[in-house]
Ligand binder design. Structure first.
Ligand SMILES: NC(=O)c1ccc[n+]([C@@H]2O[C@H](COP(=O)([O-])OP(=O)(O)OC[C@H]3O[C@@H](n4cnc5c(N)ncnc54)[C@H](OP(=O)(O)O)[C@@H]3O)[C@@H](O)[C@H]2O)c1
Length: 239
């Protein structure tokens, strides 16, 4: 897919993996909508996009609030008139003993990590189906395969993302919609520092590796697609 002038929303674009994906897409000529809560950080990302002569639009969004998600899509359409790609990347992590988790921890993680993906997919499809084209890439986690201890709620939220993604992939694959999952292992970001302080930072995956995975998917020819890719740390066990 030629990314020039394609319109792409990246959630969680203020730092980490989302920032790398946004920069990679902008570098290929896509017009990127940067969504996250922290305006200062979004402005820093915009500066980097500007420095590579890319185009982006900041839409400050708290994905835990449905009305702000609806505003994100409204504004994108008002500005650009279409949506070609959405990367549902934003998430928060929580690592802690299961018995210490609270129901408000549960509600917060499910709201940000899972419900927002549901709402974003629904909004994106409402735009993409009449276009008869669109790409939805959801960033899951290898926690869905490994289900590490002390990460029950995070694992549940990401397994939910897998469920939504596979179901909509099946429902819309013959309507011009491409849907995929990326399952990263430990990536060198704020989230990994919080959730996996036990891993030596020098052994973590670089955020750019996940951005390259997105570009690889989008660069496939018109007759091919990959449904999901797992990217693991070389130091971690395969499978
Ligand atoms: N790092 C890893 O080891 C790893 C491994 C597997 C999967 N993943 C997945 O990769 C994705 C990106 O994670 P990351 O490692 O890049 O984490 P990160 O550096 O902590 O970045 C998370 C992003 O999500 C945004 N975000 C969080 N809550 C939000 C909210 N309520 N509304 C809008 N934006 C929100 C943050 O922006 P603001 O705080 O500015 O809102 C930030 O841009 C996540 O889906 C994560 O589960 C990460």
């Amino acid at each position: 897919m030629d990314l020039k002038n394609k319109i792409a929303i990246v959630t969680g674009a203020s730092m980490g993996i989302g920032k790398s994906i946004a920069l990679a897409l902008a570098n290929q000529g896509a017009k990127v909508v940067l969504a996250a809560r922290t305006l200062e950080k979004l402005k820093e990302v915009k500066k980097e996009v500007d420095s590579i002569k890319g185009t982006c639009l900041i839409i400050q969004t708290d994905l835990s609030r449905e009305e702000q998600i609806l505003g994100l899509f409204d504004r994108t359409i008002k500005e650009y008139g279409k949506l070609d790609i959405i990367i549902n990347n934003a998430a928060i992590a929580l690592a802690g003993e299961f018995l210490n988790c609270t129901s408000s921890d549960f509600d917060e993680l499910i709201n940000v990590n899972l419900k927002s993906v549901y709402t974003c997919c629904q909004q994106a499809l409402t735009i993409m189906l009449p276009q008869k084209s669109g790409v939805i890439i959801n960033i899951s986690s290898n926690v869905t395969a490994k289900c590490y201890e002390r990460q029950a709620i995070y694992a549940a939220s990401k397994c939910g993302v897998v469920g939504i993604t596979k179901s909509i992939a099946n429902e819309f694959h013959n309507k011009g919609i491409l849907v995929a999952l990326i399952h990263p292992g430990g990536v060198d970001t704020r989230l990994a520092t919080q959730a996996r302080p036990d891993i030596d930072r020098s052994l973590l995956i670089r955020p750019e590796d996940i951005a390259d995975t997105v570009l690889y998917m989008l660069g496939l020819s018109d007759t091919a697609w990959v449904d999901e890719i797992t990217v693991r740390r070389r130091a971690a066990k395969p499978f």
